[in-house]
Design a binder for this molecule. Structure first.
Ligand code: RFL
Ligand code: PHB
Length: 389
């Protein structure tokens, strides 16, 4: 089979790219290791930057997001009982939208079905060939049959554990990494959110986040040691610990209920350079990971897709021979800025096992600085709503 772009990975990056390419008449095939049901059962990010929202609209899949998504004009940073409100609208003139990654992915799959685009699910043994030359192709197995897709370009959108990044020779690839000595224990519950806005809470017992999906569905996280297991955390133990970490006024009126989903995710900062190898282009989690403080994982995946789509548009429509080579440097410049912000938010709000009393005072002083300094708030707000592409 022949296509123009072979997209490996049917997560939000791959699907968004496929939809944008369709809008300019470029043909793409998507290869996904899992079933569609499995991909749609994953609970992940919840906050969309304006840049992401615009890409969804540009791809013709923004209608439900615009109807059902919730615009957030600010967020709260708390330190024990102290509250610092970061007013996105006043500080930046813009906002973010709360609309879950699950819904984004559902909308993208629905749009893909509508245009009759080719998606192969439950594929195995994906291999990328000849990206160093002019005629790359991808082979994979499905139901015991081996397929071959010939293409102009391969988009590696297959997440952190995918095969695309490994295709760049080890001696040509540099990986930058920081692991954090804790994870996030997350709970989804069919209860009204604790507050109208998200609350990022630093407390003497560690970090907590009160987030949401809609007026009836809440998402909460607490920092926990990576040695903890889900079975160690009953729902009651989770709610008790969460209440201790958020301002008492919020804790007292928070509605709790049975968890619908409970999981522990590690926190990691990771960047792979380069993001291009011949005719292979890495996007999203395949190339980089951020700790979730700051909600940048999905949004940075989307900014990669913006840069790759613009390069492909220039290549196919304007016949610009140098456009594709500009993808890596453009994407990486923004990737490192979101890495910095996510690392900073994580450092500001979490307890690290080796932290001294001095370190705790510096953290408290940094939050006091944020409270008292509107310029510091503006820097945070500009990064949170999303740096320009
Ligand atoms: P994804 O979503 O991982 O999608 C990659 C897809 O590729 C498939 N795949 C393969 N397909 C074919 N062949 C192979 N060999 C393949 N190997 C893998 C996978 O099945 C999958 O469907 O990457 P993408 O599209 O780049 O999107 C990135 C976002 O999903 C990610 O940045 C965020 O979800 C990160 N993230 C979070 N970000 C936030 O901003 N806020 C959050 O609260 C948040 N929570 C999370 C997260 C990531 C998590 N992971 C990766 C474990 C919670 C978790 C648990
Ligand atoms: C979420 O709702 O899952 C969420 C929101 C903000 C974050 C991380 C996760 O920073």
């Amino acid at each position: 089979m022949r296509t123009q772009v072979c997209i490996i990975g049917g997560g939000p990056s791959g699907l968004l790219l496929g939809q944008l390419l369709h809008s300019i008449g470029v043909d793409a095939v998507v290869l996904e290791r899992q079933t569609q049901e499995y991909v749609l059962s994953r609970i992940r990010a919840g906050v969309l930057e304006v840049g992401f929202q615009n890409l969804m609209r540009q791809a013709g899949v923004g209608a439900r997001m615009d109807r059902e998504g919730h615009v957030h004009n600010g967020t709260l940073i708390t330190y024990n009982d102290e509250r610092v409100r970061i007013d996105f609208s006043t500080l930046t003139g813009t906002s973010v939208m709360v609309y879950g990654q699950t819904e984004v992915t559902r909308d993208l799959y629905a749009a893909r079905a509508e245009i009759g685009a080719k998606t192969f699910h439950s594929v195995e043994n994906v291999e990328i060939h000849d990206v160093e030359g002019d005629a790359p192709y991808v082979t994979f197995d499905q139901d015991g049959v081996t397929h071959r897709v010939e293409c102009d370009f391969v988009a590696g959108c297959d997440g952190f554990h995918g095969v695309s990044r490994q295709r760049i020779p080890k001696d040509k690839r540099k990986e930058f990494e920081r692991e954090y000595p804790f994870g996030w224990l997350g709970v989804l519950s069919r209860t009204p959110p604790a507050d109208e806005e998200l609350i990022y809470a630093n407390s003497s017992r560690g970090f907590a986040l009160c987030s949401m999906r809609n007026a009836e569905l809440s998402r909460y996280y607490i920092q926990c040691p990576m040695t903890d297991r889900i079975e160690d955390w009953s729902d009651d133990a989770f709610w008790d610990e969460l209440r201790r970490r958020i301002p008492s006024e919020t804790a007292e009126q928070m509605v709790t209920g049975p968890s619908i989903e409970k999981s522990i995710a590690p926190l990691r900062s990771f960047v792979c350079e380069p993001m291009q190898w011949g005719r292979l282009f890495l996007c999203g989690d395949a190339a980089h990971i951020v700790p979730p403080t700051g909600a940048k994982g999905l949004n940075t995946a989307a900014s990669d897709i913006h840069y790759l789509f613009e390069a492909m548009r220039a290549h196919y429509l304007d016949h610009d021979a140098s456009a594709m080579d500009q993808y890596g440097p453009r994407a990486l410049a923004r990737v490192w800025k979101t890495q910095r912000f996510s690392w900073w938010m994580t450092t500001l709000l979490h307890h690290f096992p080796e932290q001294s009393d001095f370190d705790h005072h510096i953290q408290a002083a940094e939050i006091a600085h944020l409270r008292d300094n509107v310029e510091a708030q503006r820097v945070l707000a500009k990064n949170y709503v999303g740096l320009p592409y």
